[in-house]
Design a binder for this molecule. Structure first.
Ligand SMILES: Cc1cc2nc3c(=O)[nH]c(=O)nc-3n(C[C@H](O)[C@H](O)[C@H](O)COP(=O)(O)OP(=O)(O)OC[C@H]3O[C@@H](n4cnc5c(N)ncnc54)[C@H](O)[C@@H]3O)c2cc1C
Length: 405
């Protein structure tokens, strides 16, 4: 890429298009094997970094390009024509990295951001537990201070990508004598530390996207606290806003795995494209996809200018969940029997069924539809907060189920 100080938007667009054309296949071309997804994502991130497109809006001091969100938007728009690798680095790039930029010390930023942008490190999010999902501030994983280390014990669950991860952002209870939101610390955990066991969970799609993670006497340097000690709830809220924005943006890419164009091609090949009810459903999906893309682009520009967007990112995430589920349902009605049974030798077999099944998770991961509606009600509509009886009492006095102890 030409020096960022010298380029204008049109020149940037031309250069991006040329880079993507040299590096990726156009949409619809044969795709690479999914099992190679993490390796491909890392390789592509290396290529982005070499070309100056890794972290377009991120500060140059940490390996970013230091450009405005408008340039990211141009890149994203150009990229919609190409077959991108799976978003295997998204938890690092879309969630942990921006949270580190917002809350970390200078030393932490210099340590973790450059390798993240180069695609050297995969990150995961150790938040949810068997007894703490929607009520995330009830995490029971303990971190006890021993000299200049924290010693972690507990169990996490639904940890996406933990089996491939180098680092994690982990929410742990450091002061049980304080109310639940006041006694949590966010720790950066090296996933190769002794005492960590990752056990993949098999989903109904047949894949193992997420895992159980057991933490058994895991020693974490005290210097790895992200943000203030016992101030982890504030950091978690920042990360959840970035998570909803990242998830919302992912959904607008093409309506899930099958992609919108492939869905139209399927309707054409089955002679259904001229039926009014099919045309209406496809047109509705296309309009919503474009609205989602614009909203994701707008929030990306806001993020590039350092403005946070807790309520708006929840709105995007909610709309994305509904969109990918409606796309999955439409795909299965269009594909008919092809969506239900296929020859094992068919490379495209299972595409629509996989899309329908995986779309169900969109209304759970990153906060359920009910929880994001609560956030929208409170932060955008200004409605009163839910009553929470346990918010002022010491966490250790709150009755709770104990897991894994
Ligand atoms: C694909 C996927 C990937 C995920 N990846 C990760 C990850 O990488 N890291 C991680 O930490 N977690 C991850 N999760 C976990 C996810 O964040 C939780 O599943 C989610 O927050 C819901 O928590 P829960 O499953 O414990 O459900 P619960 O909190 O037990 O909720 C059960 C039901 O009760 C409803 N409910 C609960 N509280 C309220 C309320 N106050 N008002 C209205 N309704 C309510 C919920 O909406 C839901 O329908 C992932 C989940 C999925 C599906």
């Amino acid at each position: 890429m030409t020096s960022p100080h010298l380029i204008d938007e049109e020149q940037f667009r031309v250069e991006v298009r040329a880079f993507l054309g040299e590096t990726l296949s156009r949409k619809g071309a044969a795709t690479r094997s999914k099992s190679k997804g993490v390796m491909w994502a890392k390789e592509f991130q290396h290529q982005l970094a070499d070309a100056g497109y890794a972290g377009i809006t991120w500060p140059r001091a940490y390996g970013g390009a230091g450009l405005s969100g408008q340039f990211q938007r141009i890149f994203d728009r150009e990229a919609t024509a190409f077959q991108l690798p799976p978003r295997a680095l998204e938890i690092g790039l879309g969630m942990c990295g921006p949270t580190i930029l917002a809350h970390a010390t200078e030393e932490q930023k210099l340590t973790y951001i450059p390798p993240l942008l180069r695609g050297d490190h995969v990150w995961c999010e150790l938040f949810s537990e068997p007894g703490a999902g929607s009520d995330l501030a009830s995490v029971q994983t303990r971190a006890l201070r021993d000299g200049d280390t924290w010693v972690l014990d507990g169990q996490k669950v639904w940890t996406s990508g933990a089996q491939h991860s180098d680092f994690a952002a982990c929410l742990a209870r450091t002061a049980p004598e304080l109310p639940k939101r006041d006694g949590i610390t966010m720790l950066i955990v090296d996933m190769r530390t002794p005492g960590i066991t990752v056990r993949p969970l098999r989903q109904m799609t047949g894949e193992s996207h997420f895992n159980e993670v057991f933490l058994d006497g895991v020693r974490v340097p005290a210097a790895n606290a992200l943000g203030e000690t016992h101030g982890g709830w504030r950091v978690a809220r920042t990360m959840l806003a970035f998570e909803r924005q990242a998830l919302g943006g992912m959904g607008s890419g093409g309506g899930g795995r099958g992609g919108f164009n492939a869905l139209v091609a399927e309707a054409r090949s089955r002679g259904l494209a001229s039926r009014p009810e099919v045309r209406q459903r496809l047109a509705d999906l296309r309009i919503r996809q474009m609205v989602l893309r614009h909203l994701a682009g707008y929030l990306g520009v806001q993020r590039g200018s350092g403005r946070s967007s807790g309520g708006e990112s929840s709105l995007l995430k909610l709309a994305m969940a509904k969109f990918v589920q409606d796309t999955g349902n439409t795909a299965v009605s269009v594909a008919g029997m092809n969506a239900i049974a296929w020859e094992p030798s068919d490379p495209e077999g299972g595409r629509w069924c996989g899309q329908l099944l995986s779309a169900q998770s969109a209304s759970i991961g990153g906060g359920t539809n009910e929880i994001v509606r609560n956030v929208i009600a409170e932060r955008i509509l200004g409605l009163p907060r839910d009553e929470e009886g346990d918010i002022v009492v010491p966490f250790q006095a709150v009755p709770k189920a104990l897991y894994g102890s």
